[in-house]
Design a protein around this ligand. Structure first.
Ligand code: GDP
Ligand code: MG
Length: 164
């Protein structure tokens, strides 16, 4: 069967925007409200001669005791366990935060291949200096993208399918 790629990261970093850009139709809900996507959502994606199933997740807030946020964390953990490759999304506008480091720890424990994606890099020339900060997560080279402008997605997908 097809490889499974899960998109994980904190709420509001742009996971559903990326999911929708790759799925080619509006399947998951994108809102300014953090964590609006509570259920796992699947889509079939083709990249060059590769086919895979992509899973969007609601997001991970590592420290929250809130019932909704802990359910979202559980769903994300299921997606991580199911995935062959994980897209770990962060947000250059918010910068590297403590929760990102905690999500990175969760992902290291999974022993799955992880692509560290830094989203909202809407201007590659001006914002690359801010992208380098994400090397500090110690989980690989940060891949800059802008999900809303659909830039950097080809380079990102090349790295994803490389693990199939
Ligand atoms: P999720 O909670 O991780 O699924 O995040 P969403 O996909 O719902 O996006 C959260 C917010 O970030 C929305 O307002 C999006 O329009 C915005 N967003 C997503 N991608 C980008 C991007 O590449 N650049 C900018 N500037 N905003 C983005
Ligand atoms: Mg979402």
């Amino acid at each position: 069967s097809k490889p499974i790629v899960a998109i994980v990261g904190r709420p509001n970093v742009g996971k559903s925007t990326l999911f929708n850009a790759l799925a080619g139709k509006k399947i998951s809900i994108v809102k300014d409200t953090p964590g609006v996507t509570r259920d796992r959502i699947h889509a079939d994606v083709d990249w060059l001669d590769h086919k895979f199933t992509m899973i969007d997740t609601g997001g991970i807030e590592p420290d929250s005791n809130d019932i909704i946020l802990s359910q979202m964390r559980e769903q994300a953990q299921i997606a991580i366990d199911t995935a062959d490759v994980i897209i770990f999304m962060t947000d250059v506008k918010q910068g590297l935060v403590d929760s990102d480091a905690k999500v990175a720890d969760m992902l290291r424990r999974s022993h799955k291949p992880v692509i560290l994606v830094v989203n909202k890099v809407d201007n590659f020339n001006k914002m690359m200096a801010d992208v380098y900060e994400f090397y500090n997560l110690g989980i690989g080279d940060p891949v800059p993208i802008s999900a809303s402008q659909r830039s950097g997605l080809g380079d990102m997908l090349d790295k994803v399918v490389n693990y199939f």
